[in-house]
Design a binder for this molecule. Structure first.
Ligand SMILES: Cc1ncc(COP(=O)(O)OP(=O)(O)O)c(N)n1
Ligand SMILES: Cc1nc(C(=O)O)sc1CCOP(=O)(O)O
Ligand SMILES: [Mg+2]
Length: 211
């Protein structure tokens, strides 16, 4: 199976209630899907378990309705409980190898790449896509290490044929250069959650990616 059929998604929304700036996160989710978002990750870093589960179940109704994948950030228990499509983890989370052992139904395990050394590991080998973490420094998530830039994407592209999801300060003005450097998919928070019109923002991003 080639990369495109393994992970056929171009525009990835990473969603949290806090990033939606007072708008309802479910409304932002639905509008963004209508605009062209291909999959959504629910990333709630500060919710208690019960709240995260409730939000995940509400969002799952919408993603199921539009037949797009729901990815849960960090929390395997919630991902399994809500029957999500997959999970995204980083170097400080439950490792992909353990996820594979504990959750055989996971369609997608995403893994953040912060160091080149990670590429040559079992964790990367069992992952379905790699997050380039971050392409550009972003105020949305500040506890990051490497700013990969376009050269970093080119380097990673040469070293792996895993689908690459670029994230970090991406917007309609820079995403084409990120794809040209070798990324397969663009993940955003602010470019959609912080936009005055999330549907229009998603449409413009998708349009740029399909050019
Ligand atoms: C698509 C995507 N890429 C990278 C990340 C970052 O994951 P992680 O390094 O585990 O950091 P947190 O999101 O948990 O703060 C991501 N969530 N999604
Ligand atoms: C969730 C996340 N992960 C990152 C990483 O580098 O791993 S950057 C990030 C937030 C991206 O937000 P924005 O699109 O607003 O820049
Ligand atoms: Mg994490």
């Amino acid at each position: 199976m080639n990369k495109q059929s393994r992970f056929p998604y171009k525009l990835y929304l990473v969603l949290s209630e806090a990033d939606c700036k007072g708008r309802h996160f479910l409304k932002v989710a639905e509008e963004s899907i209508i605009g062209g978002v291909d999959l959504i990750q629910l990333r709630e870093k500060n919710d208690d378990l019960e709240t995260f589960i409730r939000k995940a179940l509400q969002l799952k109704e919408i993603t199921d309705n539009y037949e797009i994948p729901l990815i849960i950030n960090d929390n395997l228990e919630i991902a399994k409980k809500v029957n999500a499509t997959g999970i995204h983890v980083g170097t400080h989370d439950i490792p992909p190898v353990a996820i594979r052992e504990l959750w055989c139904n996971a369609a997608y395990v995403g893994y953040s790449i912060e160091h080149l050394e990670q590429l040559d590991t079992e964790e990367t080998a069992v992952s379905d896509y790699l997050g380039i973490s971050p392409v550009f420094k972003t105020p949305t998530k500040t506890d990051t290490i490497t700013e990969w830039g376009l050269d970093g994407i080119r380097t990673i592209r040469k070293l792996t044929d895993k689908p690459l999801v670029a994230i970090g300060n991406l917007d309609v003005h820079n995403i084409k250069s990120v794809i040209d450097a070798g990324a397969d998919c663009i993940a955003v928070v602010s470019a959609i959650c912080g936009a005055p019109n999330p549907q229009k923002a998603a449409y413009q991003l998708k349009n740029e990616l399909l050019k």
